[in-house]
Every structure is written in structure tokens, then in C-alpha cells.
Design a protein around this ligand. Structure first.
Ligand SMILES: [Zn+2]
Length: 271
């Protein structure tokens, strides 16, 4: 599943190239998770102002309205001047004066949704409940700690839920909790301020490094210009059950939380 770093890498890979392009036409394939919400003809002639990201949504700003793009479980975007003819898994294609933006999504949990503005109901429905943005200056430590204090559930589950901080998906949550020395099963409410500060720094660190490395290659992710990332090679705990901890040599353990695998070092993450 594309996580925040993959989405950010995707954004970086085409945001500059598509900026100021004019939309020539839009073509839809099979139904995605949510409908586009406007006739494709309504997008023709609009100008792309830029591409932002909020959580795992890409926001393609147009001179009127915006497109919200989510990659779902298996989606990937490509943007290029010349693309091969659309295949059976290509379900959204936007031809512009700078090139073609194409969403390939075999499982079709992704979506492209049009909204008149970020305050329109269609946009608020998708973006309204998102927590703080971990890579922005708005990721405030006091607010983060206050958000965790209100939750008794395991810290890993609270981070995954995305309403305190967005985009810390399953891979990155295991990695961040390892860096901060926190057991994934610890109740979020029990996290002290100093440990919360370590976690805050670890989340930013692990996500920023993943973006820098070009996203992970755990699935068939490829960024919009076809380049691949290498974050997986550096994982400290994720996917390393039974292997020696890179810090202390203790075998990495795994457990199931909410039907997702969690990896941790029982020695480095005692509580
Ligand atoms: Zn260890």
C-alpha cells in the first residue's frame, strides 16, 4: 500500500512538470472507490496551478476547483509526455499540454475526486478528519502529546488511526517506535512528555528519510516518472522477525495488532 513517503515522492516526481499545464481532456476507465463527481468535460481547459499533499491525498489545484487523488491499496501515478496506450488497469487519465497523468490501479481502491474548493463537502469528507501533517511545521509536540494523552489504545494503533498525526503507516510506525525505544503495545495515554518528544522526532526522521530515499519498494510502487525507492533495505525492524536487532543483536519479534503485523526489538523497546 502506498504510504505517505511514496505519495510525497509521487508528488515531487511530477508537481513541477505539470504546473501551469492546461487540461486537454480526461478519460475514465472502470469505476474507482469514489466517482469523479463532475463531468469530465468540466475539466477541459482548466489550468493546473500545482500539486500539494495532505496525508495520503494529492491535491491537484486547478484554476477552478481541485482534484483529490488517493492511491488506495495498489494505485500508482505516472506523468510523462509519451505513455504507452492505456491498459486494463488504467482508470484515470488526464491529457495536458505538458504531458499525460495516468492512474494505474489494479485493485481500484484508489480514487480521483473533483471538488470546487477544499471547503466543499466532497473535500471535507475526505480531508476533514485528518490529524497533523508530520513533515510540516504544524506538527506541534504539545498538541501531539495532548492528542496521545486522550487515547488509551496501544500507541501503534493510535498512530495508525491517523487522527492525531496522519500518514504514519504500518511500516513507518514500526520503524519510528523502534527509534524512539517504545513498545508498540504501550497505551498512548501513558507516554511521558520526554518519550513523546523522542517519538515526535523519530516520526519526522523516519518519514523524511523515506522520502529522501524515494519511498519504499515493498509493493509494486513506482513514482510518477518510473523511478523506484530503496527504503526497505534500511529497515531496522519492519519485516525482520527472527533477525538480529541492528543495535543490540536481540532477535526481532513480531505480533499482530488490529490484523496488521508489528515488528519490534524486545530489548530496545522494553516498555
Ligand atoms: Zn535491540
Amino acid at each position: 500500500m502506498p504510504e505517505l513517503p511514496e505519495v510525497e515522492v509521487t508528488r515531487l516526481s511530477f508537481a513541477d512538470a505539470i504546473a501551469s499545464a492546461r487540461v486537454v481532456s480526461v478519460h475514465l476507465g472502470k469505476a474507482l472507490r469514489w466517482p469523479l463527481g463532475c463531468p469530465v468535460s468540466q475539466l477541459t481547459g482548466r489550468t493546473v496551478l500545482g500539486v500539494r499533499r495532505r496525508g495520503k491525498y494529492l491535491l491537484i489545484d486547478l484554476d477552478q476547483g481541485l482534484l483529490l487523488v488517493h492511491l488506495g491499496m495498489s494505485g500508482s501515478l505516472r506523468f510523462a509526455v509519451h505513455l504507452p496506450p492505456a491498459g486494463s488497469h488504467d482508470h484515470f487519465e488526464m491529457l495536458t499540454t505538458h504531458g499525460t497523468l495516468r492512474l494505474n490501479d489494479p485493485r481500484r481502491f484508489g480514487a480521483v475526486v473533483y471538488a470546487d474548493s477544499e471547503d466543499a463537502p466532497e473535500a471535507r469528507k475526505l480531508l476533514g478528519k485528518l490529524g497533523m501533517e508530520p513533515l510540516s511545521d504544524s506538527f506541534d509536540l504539545s498538541q501531539f502529546h495532548a492528542g496521545l494523552k486522550r487515547r488509551k489504545a496501544a500507541i501503534k494503533q493510535v498512530l495508525l488511526a491517523g487522527d492525531v498525526v496522519v500518514g504514519v503507516g504500518n511500516i513507518y510506525v514500526s520503524e519510528a517506535l523502534f527509534l524512539a525505544g517504545i513498545r508498540p503495545t504501550l497505551s498512548a495515554a501513558r507516554l511521558s512528555r520526554p518519550r513523546c518528544a523522542r517519538l515526535h522526532a523519530a516520526i519526522r526522521d523516519v518519514l523524511a528519510r523515506a522520502v529522501a530515499k524515494g519511498g519504499s519498494t515493498l509493493r509494486d510502487f513506482s513514482s510518477a516518472d518510473g523511478e523506484r525507492g530503496y527504503f526497505q533495505l534500511e529497515a531496522m525492524v519492519y519485516g525482520r522477525e527472527g533477525q538480529a536487532c541492528r543495535v543490540c543483536g536481540t532477535p526481532i519479534k513480531s505480533l499482530r495488532q488490529g490484523q496488521r503485523s508489528t515488528f519490534y526489538c524486545p530489548n530496545c523497546q522494553k516498555v
